[in-house]
Ligand binder design. Structure first.
Ligand SMILES: C[S@@+](CC[C@H](N)C(=O)[O-])C[C@H]1O[C@@H](n2cnc3c(N)ncnc32)[C@H](O)[C@@H]1O
Length: 280
């Protein structure tokens, strides 16, 4: 892509005033600040790509492999009985939810979408969209938080207790779409989500970039990008170590990211989706 020789050799300088003691500080504060700024324009700016991703996710309902809420097609035969039958409860944890792409993609197949995001402005946008669609908080609601902190982080206890109620456990599916490359420790994130899945059947889904060149450091998002994509092998190892390696699946999507800003060149990135079931 571009010549990086003029640029810093690393993203994490001291210019934003945080102590250098804990590396998680950097990813967290940079991401929160950046995505707080992005929240109000995120949907309009990326509309086309977000719509394509929704389509790609819906095409893979079987690949994701959850027992969805509306899969029972024998309704007609069962007549009245079927009408009275309750929908199967299917709960989604949309982690790093942003404005709610995964929740919107999978709402027709689930009964509850719970979002969590580091950025309060993203959370506000997610909740405004859900309310506009006439959904109740029980059906779709996001919360601000960070489940990926190491136990040494100052806010670890607070965050753990914020999400300690049963409402935040026993999910049928936990998904992270385009969040993994922003995390300091994606393997820890996978573990933290795996713990919140239904034992023996809950599914973890990760959608992110395949390995790519480093982002131009002039790009406004470059400080928020900690990982430059992931290989199938890396992702499979993360799934296995988090206890969600059962029936591991990995596919490349038909969507290619293609972005440019006024000051930075276009880049192309390929996207994968991976799924695995919690084994116990
Ligand atoms: C590129 S956006 C993706 C949003 C959405 N999932 C989508 O696909 O449109 C990345 C999101 O990750 C969130 N994020 C970054 N680090 C996080 C963390 N440690 N915990 C929770 N959310 C985080 C950001 O605030 C941002 O909303």
């Amino acid at each position: 892509m571009s010549d990086h020789s003029h640029s810093h050799s690393h993203n994490h300088d001291h210019s934003h005033g945080h102590s250098h003691g804990h590396s998680h500080k950097h990813g967290e504060s940079q991401n929160r600040e950046y995505f707080n700024q992005q929240a109000s324009t995120y949907d309009s700016k990326h509309e086309k790509t977000l719509d394509q991703l929704i389509e790609e996710i819906r095409k893979r309902i079987d690949f994701i492999g959850v027992e969805w809420a509306d899969e029972d097609s024998s309704d007609e035969e069962e007549g009245e009985k079927a009408e009275k039958k309750e929908k199967r409860e299917v709960r989604l944890l949309d982690y790093a939810c942003g404005t709610g792409l995964v929740s919107r993609a999978l709402a027709p197949y689930t009964t509850q979408c719970v979002g969590i995001d580091l950025s309060e402005n993203m959370v506000a946008t997610y909740n405004a969209r859900a309310a506009n669609q006439g959904l109740t908080p029980q059906e779709m609601l996001a919360h601000q938080g960070n489940l990926c902190l190491p136990p040494t982080a100052p806010s670890y206890q607070t965050q753990t207790s914020l999400f300690s109620s049963p409402d935040f456990f026993n999910f049928d599916l936990a998904a992270i779409c385009l969040g993994f490359h922003h995390f300091d420790d994606p393997a820890l994130a996978a573990q933290r989500l795996a713990e919140r899945l239904k034992p023996s059947s809950g599914v973890l889904m990760i959608l992110d970039f395949l390995p790519h060149e480093k982002m131009d450091s002039a790009h406004p998002a470059s400080d928020t990008v900690i990982h430059h994509g992931f290989s199938k092998e890396q992702i499979q190892k993360i799934f296995e170590e988090a206890g969600v390696g059962k029936d591991f699946g990995f596919q490349e999507l038909a969507v290619v990211f293609n972005r440019a800003t006024e000051t930075t060149p276009e880049f192309k990135r390929r996207i994968f989706v991976a799924r695995g079931t919690r084994s116990e």
